[in-house]
Design a protein around this ligand. Structure first.
Ligand code: ACO
Length: 361
């Protein structure tokens, strides 16, 4: 019995393809390397949504529409009251998402991409006792997110690093949150319902909740010479090492290298302390060695989340908001998958195998 549905093909998609043996990711016919080197997040959204969202414009017009959508959704920020601000950042952002009007068209889709990008900096600022900053629609999506977070114009290296993250995490086959989005969309519930459900699936530490614990692990280790003993003790307690392992990849997750390269750009621009990167590299080396020794039958490699933790920290996001930034990226993929399911799929309704007691007399 495959209780994690491994190897089950549950959808046909034109959106992304993962080669878990070769460590390759293709997003709509483009390699991850090509996309990361040449595209902004807005470009990737236009690529993912083409022919799936009615009247989807080209990348330039989509970027303009996304800027307008950021301004539109900002009106919901006023609903951030005391009880919402006491919640973890992810839950506060999720609550604001429920205020958006549902729909299947371009406006609903743009609002849903704009929402986590606008709500995340607003929640962070309010939790720090600062006023949220209104979007500037003419800025690029990544530049505006960083400006709304910090209140100053971000450096080019910071914008590029965030864009690389947003592009890298935008779509990734039938992961748990994307599958959730497709199941909800298959009932014709609408894009907002699909995105909200997908967010809930993303939250857990086995999926999008991992980078926070990665950073906590690095902080607890503190120095390179303590790495091996710390990790060995964690594994002996039966704990999983966050940022390692993947259901599909049997080799290194190519997204880990894309994010590490973005981090190196930030390091070169003086935005990340070299010591911090060295600590992460030492922890990674020790973890890979220990995992290979302890789980010889199961290749466990670095995944997307390991270097993401350092990247988001360097960009000034608090650890409690890391999963919000993940949602701000993956939302573009969720929407594309939800539309693909509606247009080319059917209601998803698998069966279960009953193993309970027989009917009593
Ligand atoms: N640390 C230690 N052991 C691990 C890890 C890990 N990170 N990952 C898997 N294992 C072990 C399991 O304990 C299990 O061992 P066993 O067979 O002796 O019981 C074996 O490897 C297989 O584990 P499964 O749970 O079957 O693997 P699955 O494919 O379900 O797990 C997952 C994938 C959830 C990502 C897992 O590797 C994990 O928990 N990693 C840590 C959390 C993490 O990094 N999450 C982010 C994932 S990437 C993303 O969502 C963007």
């Amino acid at each position: 019995m495959l209780n994690g549905l491994e190897d089950v093909i549950a959808a046909e998609t034109v959106l992304s393809d993962i080669d878990g043996q070769a460590g390759r990711l293709i997003i709509r016919g483009r390699s991850l390397d090509e996309l990361v080197a040449r595209s902004r997040y807005e470009d990737v959204i236009a690529l993912l949504w083409a022919e799936l969202i009615a009247d989807c414009p080209d990348a330039a017009a989509l970027a303009a529409g996304l800027g307008t959508a950021r301004v539109r959704v900002f009106e919901h920020v006023h609903a951030l009251d005391g009880p919402l601000l006491d919640l973890p950042a992810f839950d506060a952002v999720l609550s604001l998402l429920t205020r958006l009007e549902d729909g299947d068209g371009l406006t609903a889709a743009l609002n849903l991409v704009a929402a986590p990008a606008v709500f995340t900096p607003a929640v962070i600022r309010r939790q720090r006792g600062l006023e949220p900053l209104a979007p500037e629609p003419l800025l690029s999506h990544a530049a505006d997110v960083l400006r709304m977070l910090h209140g100053t114009a971000p450096a080019a290296a910071q914008v590029s690093a965030l864009d690389r993250y947003l592009v890298t995490a935008s779509d990734h086959g039938l992961n748990a949150s994307t599958f959730t989005a497709r199941v909800i969309a298959s009932t014709h519930a609408g894009l907002a319902a699909a995105v909200i459900g997908a967010c809930c699936a993303l939250k857990g530490p086995l999926h999008g909740g991992a980078p926070g614990p990665v950073l906590e692990m690095l902080d607890a280790i503190g120095s390179t010479e303590r790495a091996r003993a710390y990790l060995e003790a964690a594994l002996s307690r039966g704990e999983r090492l966050m940022g390692f392992g993947h259901r599909v990849y049997r080799v290194r997750d190519p997204r880990a290298d894309a994010i590490k390269a973005a981090l190196q750009l930030l390091t070169a621009a003086g935005q990340v302390a070299v010591d911090r990167l060295r600590l992460a590299e030492a922890v990674e080396d020790a973890a890979l060695e220990l995992l290979a020794y302890r789980k010889p039958g199961r290749p466990l490699q670095t995944n997307l989340e390991f270097y993401t933790a350092l990247l988001l920290e360097a960009l000034g996001f608090p650890v409690g908001a890391f999963t919000c930034v993940f949602a701000a990226s993956r939302v573009g993929g969720w929407i594309a998958h939800a539309r693909e399911q509606v247009l080319r799929g059917r209601l998803i309704r698998p069966q279960s195998h009953y193993v309970g007691p027989p009917v009593s007399a």
